[in-house]
Design a binder for this molecule. Structure first.
Ligand code: BMA
Length: 821
């Protein structure tokens, strides 16, 4: 197989003649115009509004390339296109070659008949996405409604492109067009079209038998040399191929397998798999592991538990949206940065959410390497979709391609039909009035196309119909049902309930729950000039896409905190508050184990700078929630909770596979720093289990002190590590926090800086922020108690060296008591 890349430099113009620029593939229209200085950066200020007229343009991408004459001696030359976004016609040397209408499909088009030796011209005409969507809508027999965003493109649900391009409640409306990658692939004899790998595991530690099926397309009947190698195991021989499709199968036995584990549970060995058929070769990397999803009726409802190598797993993680609203800015480095941050925060699962894109191979490579299981949605979200034969056929090809592409991945844990489309059936007047009609369309797509593709092509993985969903065959709107399958819990946030409402539910698996915050000052500086530094200024409101967003944030500040003074304290407190909300939920969900077996918060990342539910700012900077996540997802988590009967309970969740002897210390501490009471005891933490270790009356810990006069610190020493957690018994606003003096010393060390902190009074959410300097601390937003020195280590990232002086100059320190007079 020979490959000729058609990536690189192309020319771009609009059919109207209004726009032209050099363009890149992989890349998009808006990025090309931005790089040529023809449009302003749509991420800054209100610029997004200025680029909306681009969405009405038809685009023409053009380039020439040279084909070595010998290529034409090959049996076949395919033109292969990825991420061709969306409704396009391809012309080769001026002659029509193909029409496409799906950005999620690898288009493979036999092109030999139109190719010439030497110079060739390739032209891709892409219809205006907005016009194409309107034209689709006009063809439909009845409306197919979708959720709206403040700035949006209508009928985006009728195009097979990332749904969030049309605007979302955290994203801009940038209806880009573009090409994700293009190449010519020539083959003679036969080509490998795909691999399917299945594993048979016997007793623990015993051999694993790996069956590899190569899907081979032969241009004519012949016999080919074949070889299959997995790690050091290799099978060679010959295969008789008939013209057309063939399956060539070999079995490879790994005597002493090294198993692949999710992050935090073991290593991630990946065995290289190399398959050769004639002159063609296919490569993948295989992690040896078993994975099943337990989905059983039990006394609490219907479970949803991932079991890896026989070990039930508490899924800890977050939801993933595309890394950038401008596809051309998507890089492996950006994915690696965010996914490393996820793994560092002890996550073991990422949900690739249905309103974005099926990510590139490199993304899943990283998940394989880091032990991040992937809950993979099909790309449908918050909308109804057509049930027309043409739409279903288009999706059928997409689903079959994506399942075949990803099914051998160790990281891939489950296929899910969509995001919230079951719920969406009751969101629109049309679908409410005629649910039958929309439900039939829903299911033709869901079970009829997506489920069918998984069952045929990847039968060992579970097809989960929708997120959230009460299980296969359950078409109810189960939004507020915490007993069955997965749940999205949005009552804290969208319904304005207090954080304590998290404690009222007992989800089996919470795949979404979120709380917003603002970016840090340096994140805001990237899009809002100083005269806009007020959360209700036009630019700040433009970068807040949830209509109720600022109200919710402020409302909860009044509920829990004294109102902060000044813009920067407001930003900081919004992040403290977000961390507190999600921590409340996750600690509770972990205490519920094994009833609850998963917590994926909404959302890990941002695709432009904005107020949102993310724990990583656009660009990857850690918000305080991400530091909190590193603590609340830690393998051993102590928590204290005030029970309904007034008792104070001490809990621990041990997420490791070992039972651990533990030493526990519980202290009630006054705000001057004086310990009112100290209790010590020993406990044994069962492996993979959560347990209530002790229950105390308030008086036993606080004596006669009021709830407002003290807080609790719980420490657990187990497995060679001491972990601390705190509980306030009254809202922060009612507590008379004293003003601490904090001493800070900074020194340079290998790879970054160490900052040591000491306080004379308890200090809460003590946060260091080195502004725009890239990198993050090992811990942050900490509680600092008098008598202790805490050293927070900052690791710089990127190639640019940062001097100690620059670090010192950039560093700011903030804590809760400092946000008000
Ligand atoms: C969820 C998601 C997204 C949305 C988020 C915040 O339900 O699936 O569609 O962005 O809520 O509103």
């Amino acid at each position: 197989m020979k490959t000729l890349s058609l990536d690189g430099r192309w020319n771009l113009r609009s059919r109207s003649g209004a726009w032209s620029a050099p363009a890149r593939v992989p890349g998009d229209t808006h990025s090309a115009l931005l790089a040529a200085g023809k449009i302003p950066d749509p991420f800054q200020g209100l610029n997004e509004l200025a680029v909306q007229p681009l969405h009405q343009e038809d685009w023409i991408y053009e380039r020439t390339f040279t084909l070595p004459p010998s290529w034409l001696e090959e049996d076949s030359i395919l033109l292969e296109a990825d991420g061709l976004d969306t409704v396009a016609r391809i012309f080769l040397n001026g002659r029509p070659l193909a029409r496409t209408a799906n950005a999620f499909l690898r288009h493979q088009i036999e092109a030999k008949r139109l190719l010439r030796p030497g110079k060739n011209t390739l032209r891709v005409e892409i219809a205006s996405p907005e016009k194409a969507a309107r034209a689709e809508a006009a063809r439909l027999p009845y409306p197919v409604p979708h959720t709206s965003a403040p700035i949006q493109s209508p009928h985006r649900n009728l195009l097979r492109k990332p749904q969030c391009h049309g605007g979302w409640d955290w994203g801009p409306c940038l209806m880009v067009s573009g090409i994700g990658g293009m190449r010519l692939r020539a083959s003679t004899g036969a080509r490998i079209e795909g691999l399917r790998v299945t594993q048979r595991h016997g007793r623990a530690g015993g051999p694993v038998v790996v069956t590899v099926e190569a899907e081979v397309f032969a241009h004519r009947a012949h016999t080919a040399d074949v070889s299959f190698a997995l790690g050091t195991r290799k099978e060679t021989g010959r295969a008789v191929l008939k013209a057309g499709r063939n399956l060539v199968t070999r079995r490879l036995r790994v005597e002493k397998p090294r198993l692949w584990w999710p992050n935090g549970h073991g290593a991630q060995p990946l065995y290289p798999l190399v398959v050769r058929v004639g002159a063609d070769e296919a490569r993948e990397r295989i992690g040896l592991r078993t994975l099943r999803v337990e989905n059983r009726e039990d006394k609490n409802g219907l479970s949803l538990t991932f079991v890896v190598n026989g070990r039930p797993l508490f899924a800890k993680g977050a939801n993933w949206i595309p890394a950038d609203a401008l596809p051309q800015r998507e890089t492996r480095a950006a994915w690696e940065d965010c996914l490393s941050s996820a793994a560092e925060a002890h996550m073991n699962m990422i949900r690739v959410w249905g309103g974005g894109r099926y990510e590139d191979d490199a993304f899943y490579d990283l998940c394989d390497e880091k032990g991040l299981l992937v809950w993979q949605d099909f790309m449908f979200s918050c909308a109804t979709y057509p049930g027309t034969p043409a739409f279903l056929e288009n999706v059928r090809e997409e689903a079959r391609w994506q399942v075949r592409r990803l099914r051998n991945r160790a990281c891939l844990a489950l296929w899910c039909g969509n995001n919230e489309d079951l719920g969406a059936l009751t969101w629109y007047p049309e679908s409410r009035e005629n649910r039958d009609r929309y439900l039939v369309d829903y299911d033709r797509l869901n079970e009829g196309v997506l489920g069918a593709a998984v069952r045929e092509l990847d039968p060992e993985r579970l097809f989960w119909p929708s997120s959230p969903c009460g299980g296969p065959g359950d078409y109810s709107d189960c939004w507020h049902d915490d007993t069955r399958g997965d749940m999205h819990f949005w009552s804290v946030w969208h319904e304005g309930k207090p954080f304590e409402a998290y404690l009222d539910i007992r989800p089996r698996f919470c795949s979404e729950f979120g709380y917003q915050s603002f970016p840090s000052p340096s994140g805001i500086a990237a899009y809002a000039p100083r005269d806009q530094w007020n959360v209700t200024s036009p630019v700040m409101e433009h970068h807040q896409r949830n209509a109720a967003g600022n109200t919710r944030i402020t409302e909860n500040m009044t509920r829990y905190f004294r109102l902060p003074e000044g813009f920067e304290n407001f930003l900081y407190l919004s992040q403290v508050q977000q961390a507190l909300a999600i921590r409340t939920a996750v600690e509770h969900f972990r205490r519920l184990r094994p009833v609850c077996m998963g917590a994926l918060y909404w959302q890990l990342n941002d695709l432009w700078p904005v107020a949102s539910w993310s724990s990583l700012e656009y660009g990857g900077k850690w918000k305080l929630l991400h530091y909190a996540a590193k603590r609340f997802f830690a393998p051993v988590l102590p928590t204290a909770v005030a029970a309904a009967n007034g008792a104070i309970e001490i809990w621990a969740d041990n997420d490791t596979a070992e039972a651990l002897p533990a030493a526990v210390r519980v202290r009630a501490i006054g705000f001057s720093g004086k310990a009112l009471k100290t209790v010590r005891f020993r406990a044994r933490l069962k492996a993979g289990a959560s347990a209530r270790l002790r229950s105390f009356t308030r008086a036993a810990l606080l004596g006669t002190a009021a709830d407002e006069a003290a807080f609790l610190a719980v420490e657990i020493a187990a497995g060679g590590k001491t972990t601390r957690n705190e509980l306030f018994l009254a809202p922060y606003k009612r507590c008379a926090l004293e003003k601490p003096r904090i001493a800070l010393a900074v020194r340079a060390e290998k790879g970054g800086f160490a900052v040591s902190l000491k306080a004379d009074k308890p200090a809460f959410f003590v946060t260091l922020d080195p502004q725009a300097l890239p990198g993050h601390f090992d811990d942050n937003a900490i509680t600092l108690l008098p008598g202790e020195t805490r050293v927070l280590r900052f690791r710089t990232k990127g190639a640019k060296a940062v001097t100690l002086a620059a670090f010192r100059k950039a560093l700011t320190l903030r804590h809760l008591r400092d946000t008000y007079a």
